[in-house]
Each structure stands twice: as C-alpha cells, then as structure tokens.
Design a protein around this ligand. Structure first.
Ligand SMILES: Nc1ncnc2c1ncn2[C@@H]1O[C@H](COP(=O)(O)OP(=O)(O)OP(=O)(O)O)[C@@H](O)[C@H]1O
Length: 422
C-alpha cells in the first residue's frame, strides 16, 4: 500500500449562482457551477503530483478546497489519516501549519507595505512560534535557503523582481515547516528565463525538507519538468492519472492526447503536422454534457454497437443532432439554399426533398452509410414540415459516451474512457 499524505475521496465543490436580479425576483433556483465534481486521488509522501488541464477545469478550486480555504460541497480529504473537514481547535491549527499554498502571482500575494522579512515572519507570529529573536533568525535562514540574503530582511517587495518575490512567497509558505504544499501555477507569472530557476529551487527544497507537493499548472512543460505523477482534469473531473513518463509517452485518454498534441513543437518537421487539436469550446460547468464530459470535443466518440460509420461522419451526425435537439437549425437559410422562398407557400414532396438535400449538403462532408443516411433524411424531412418532435436522431445514434460517465479504471496508470473498457 502506498503511503499517502493526502487522500481525497469524492470531493465536490459547487458554487451557487443566482444569475440576475430578474432570477431573484422570479425566485429562480440558483444554478450550480460544478467546479470540482467527484475527485478521488492520493498525494503520496515525498512526491510531486501535478494537476493539469485547460483554464476553468477546476484546478485552483481543487487546491483551495483540499486545504479548507474553500468549503467543500461533498467529500472527504484526509491529511495524515484525519478528515480535514472534521478538525477544530489545536488539530485544525496544526493542519494549517502542515499544509501551505504558494499562489501564482507574487506581485499581489505580498503586502507592499511590509518588509519581506515581516511578510515571511507573519505566519510565525500568528502561530506564536519561539521568541522574537528566534523568529527573526529563522526568517533570515529561510531567505538564504530560497536563494536570497538574510540581509534583505528590511527591504520592500517593490525592490525585488518577479522571480525574487516568488522566492519570498515560497519562504513564507515554508516558514512553519509544512509537510505538504499546494503550488498553484507558481511560475506562470514569471519570465520564461526565471521559471526554470524557481522550479529547480522547489525541487531542491523538496529534497532538503522532505516536502510533498500538489503542483497546479496548465503548462505541460512545467508538469513534465517537476512532477512524479500527473492527474489530468477536464470540467471538474480527473480523466487520467499516472506516472509522468507513462502519461507523456503513452497517454490513454483522447483529451490527454489532444493536450499533448497542443504543445508547440521545436522541430520544423513536427510543426508541419496538421492535427485538429482540441476543437470547439469547453462546455460550461453550469451545464456539463451528459456521460463523458469530453464527448462534445472528442475525436473518438463511440458509435452505437454494430454501426459502421467513420468518425468524421459520426461527428457530423452529432453536430446535426445537437442543432436539432436545441431546435437551433436555421430553417430559413436551408430553404434559401434549396432555392425556395422562406418558408415556401406549399410544402409538397418536391420542396421537402430539396430541403433535405440542402440541409444534408450543409452538414455532411463525409460519406454516411445508406441506413443511417435514411434516418437522417427522415429527420430533416420532419423539420421541413415543421414537425420538430419527429426530428430526433437520439435513438438511432445514441453513443455510450453520452449515456454513461466512465469511471477511472482501477490500476496504476488510470483512465476514465469508454474506449479503454471495450
Ligand atoms: N467563487 C466562484 N464563484 C463562482 N464560480 C467560480 C468561483 N470560483 C471559480 N469558479 C468557477 O469554477 C470553475 C473552475 O475554476 P478554477 O479557477 O478552479 O479553474 P482553473 O482550472 O484553476 O482555471 P485557471 O487556470 O483559469 O485558474 C470555473 O468555471 C470558474 O469560473
């Protein structure tokens, strides 16, 4: 069994939003923003676990909720075997000493009116550690450890560069000798030339002080540089987790593959690849897709059993389905393309045929097998006759990816994808 410093189980964090004054007046129910939606993972003693994903997928909320800086909606977080959300009094104080965070922006995380020595010392003052002289000596030592000088104790933040300020923020996070540190995009606000220095410093401090890190980053090169394991997040869920080398060399989830493909390549040959990466917008966490949340952008959605349709054509069917289900097909434009006034006075068989053909051409560049083509034509004909309730393609084309939300499978390098369970 692995030795976990932090064990997260079924963690959810929803923010409740009531959109407008009108919503309030009408008494509309608040809408849940499902920022973190059922995470289960461990952070093992002495490791750096990376949390990676596109902006808005819930990384920072995860980091803040495991530290108790945000109240969880549901779930457990055990630190050294005790549920963090049950702690109070001295036990809670101890957790606050043992678990710290370094934020992205060293410009706003330091008080401009305080000397850097006082900023680093503040947690020691709050927790009443040692005598005043002890505290000051400890701060000078910390400044040296993070590559600054004890003599800089009385200097102010504005006298330092971004990289130096991040060193100060790291010294402050380490002041209480924590065991576990959340690093939330610790190098994103820094010049590229300084990023590697800060990452190396974090690596060295981890070895010297036996620290365990949860590193949050959207930058795969940072993750690859420093993490032992990586968890990939998409819309509030972990879709893949594994050893860094395994995950980078053999990604198993189509989202991870797409993320890795989206990293700019150094070699010209590789820059020429024409890969359609991460097309489409990230859906809203207020209304995430049913089933697998990545399915609306996934290049490998699974067609119904026994349907021999290629992926590009199936993706086009899914796009048409969405338009029909939301009744957002621009009927006027289709009639126009079909050469009719909008809408025509008399919708006879010829008009319907022309509408179906025009709509089909608009939605499909790829060849659709005959059987499926005929269900699509029936649905489009229903739209031409304004019989939207008969225009659903749901039953004919429903994918397992929209029906069931895949769970992470059970062993080492884990993935949540229906393709992997087949
Ligand atoms: N206080 C809040 N109230 C409402 N929604 C919030 C709040 N904080 C975060 N969110 C929403 O929760 C989702 C996750 O946000 P979060 O900041 O955790 O993502 P992230 O992956 O860290 O993104 P980024 O890299 O851009 O910081 C987003 O849709 C965000 O808009």
């Amino acid at each position: 069994m692995t030795d976990a410093v932090l064990s997260v189980e079924g963690l959810r964090k929803y923010f409740w939003e009531r959109d407008s004054i009108v919503d309030r007046l009408l008494g509309n129910d608040p809408v849940a923003v499902r920022a973190v939606d059922g995470l289960t993972f461990d952070v093992r003693r002495g490791e750096t676990l990376g949390l990676v994903g596109e902006s808005g997928c819930g990384k920072s909320t995860t980091g803040e909720t495991v530290l108790g800086l945000q109240e969880p909606t549901e779930g457990r977080v055990e630190f050294e075997g005790r549920n963090v959300y049950d702690l109070s009094g001295e036990a809670l104080n101890e957790f606050h000493r043992e678990a710290q965070i370094v934020f992205q922006d060293p410009f706003s995380s330091l008080d401009p009116r305080k000397t850097i020595g006082k900023s680093v010392q503040q947690p020691l003052d709050v927790h009443d550690v040692g005598s005043k002289a002890d505290r000051e000596a400890r701060v000078r030592d910390l400044l040296e450890r993070v590559g600054l000088s004890g003599a800089q104790y009385d200097r102010y933040p504005h006298e330092f560069s971004g990289g130096q300020r991040q060193r100060v923020a790291i010294a402050r996070a380490l002041a209480l000798e924590p065991e576990f540190v959340v690093l939330d995009e610790p190098t994103s606000a820094l010049d590229v030339s300084v990023q590697a220095q800060i990452l190396n410093l974090l690596n060295d401090l981890q070895d010297e002080l036996n620290l365990t890190y949860l590193l949050i980053s959207h930058d795969l090169s940072v993750i690859r540089h420093i993490c032992d394991r990586v968890a990939v997040m998409y819309l509030g869920e972990i879709v893949e987790i594994g050893e860094t080398a395994d995950l980078f060399e053999s990604p198993r989830h189509p989202y991870t593959e797409a993320l890795l493909e989206s990293v700019p390549r150094a070699s010209l040959a590789e820059q020429d690849r024409s890969v359609d990466i991460l097309s489409g917008d990230v859906p809203s966490p207020r209304n995430p897709p049913s089933g697998c949340r990545f399915r609306t952008r996934c290049p490998e959605v699974i067609p119904p059993d026994g349907m021999a349709i290629d992926q590009a054509a199936y993706r086009e069917v899914m796009d048409l389905r969405r338009v029909l289900e939301t009744r957002s097909l621009s009927v006027t434009k289709v009639w126009d393309r079909a050469g009719y006034e909008t809408p025509p006075d008399r919708i006879d068989d010829d008009a319907v045929e022309a509408f179906v053909e025009a709509a089909f051409e608009r939605f499909f560049d790829h060849s659709v097998p005959t059987a499926q083509r005929s269900s699509i034509e029936d649905a489009l004909a229903a739209v031409a006759r304004d019989e939207w309730e008969s225009a659903s393609l749901h039953d004919a084309f429903e994918s397992v990816c929209e029906r069931d939300n895949p769970e992470l499978d059970s062993s080492g390098h884990r993935v949540a994808c229906h393709l992997e369970c087949r």
